[in-house]
Ligand binder design. Structure first.
Ligand code: PEP
Length: 250
């Protein structure tokens, strides 16, 4: 089965409204023909303007960097999955390492966020990955296995439509990238784990992205790994030229 190729840009807490719309316009113009799913994850305030830029473009989608685990109500400052959906969002990041670290998001919360996403027709992009100390002490496979247990809370019919993003924490925003061998080894391990948790067809059909200092120079080699289906890109997704090169790296 051929898996979806995906390149997604996580802008984190960056850009102004003008920068956001210029960035999207350029990427749509310069990388619009690439036969790859392209997703922008702008800050909440720019979700609607970004979606508006994409209405007539093929294979471009907008998603949010987070959603509340609650449906609605007195949660000052939070944004619900239904709000994201109502402004044209199709995807939502769940479990990004910055949210796990700074906002102490637990597996229980992540499960609730995924439930909210699914109720509102958003595809969860479930992020996970080990810390440097865990890799150095050879615990990276165990860590990833534990993080993947969140998926057990959902039936196979739902999980097969998720997107997964393996992002070793030591590579995020550090300029230090996993080698293609390290990425491939972990992605193959993730598929083996999913095969045991669900079945072989889910494991071979689900898209698994690599994230962590992926850039215009190293994307080609990373994307050529058998089990890497694309990238979740932070810093390099803020530069139109670099992001377009990454999109064209398959
Ligand atoms: C990310 O935030 O998901 C990420 C991969 O960041 P960077 O590409 O900057 O390492």
């Amino acid at each position: 089965m051929s898996r979806k190729k995906i390149v997604a840009g996580n802008w984190k807490m960056n850009t102004s409204l003008t920068e956001a719309s210029e960035l999207v316009k350029r990427v749509v113009k310069e990388a619009g023909n690439a036969p790859v799913i392209k997703i922008f994850f702008p800050p909440f305030t720019f979700l609607k303007p970004v979606a508006d830029e994409l209405t007539s473009s093929n294979d471009f989608f907008m998603g949010a960097q987070n959603c509340s685990e609650h449906e609605k109500g007195a949660y000052t400052g939070e944004i619900s999955a239904s709000m994201i959906s109502s402004v044209g969002g199709k995807y939502v990041l769940v479990g990004h390492s910055e949210r796990r670290t700074y906002f102490k998001e637990s597996n229980e919360q992540l499960t609730q966020k995924i439930q909210q996403a699914l109720k509102n027709n958003l595809v969860p992009v479930f992020c996970f990955g080990e810390q440097l100390a865990e890799r150095k002490s050879d615990k990276h496979f165990d860590t990833v296995m534990k993080q993947l247990t969140v998926l057990k809370n959902f039936p196979k019919e739902q999980v097969q439509n998720f997107v997964l993003a393996y992002e070793p924490v030591w590579a995020i925003g550090t300029g230090e990238t996993a080698t293609p061998q390290q990425a491939q080894e972990m992605h193959a391990y993730i598929r083996k784990t999913l095969s045991e948790m669900f079945d072989a067809s889910l494991a071979s059909g689900i898209s698994i992205l690599y994230g962590g200092s992926c850039n215009a120079q190293n994307a080609k080699e990373l994307f050529s790994c058998a089990d890497v289906d694309g990238g979740l890109i932070g810093g390099a997704s803020l530069k139109a030229e670099d992001f377009c090169k990454i999109i064209n790296s398959f």
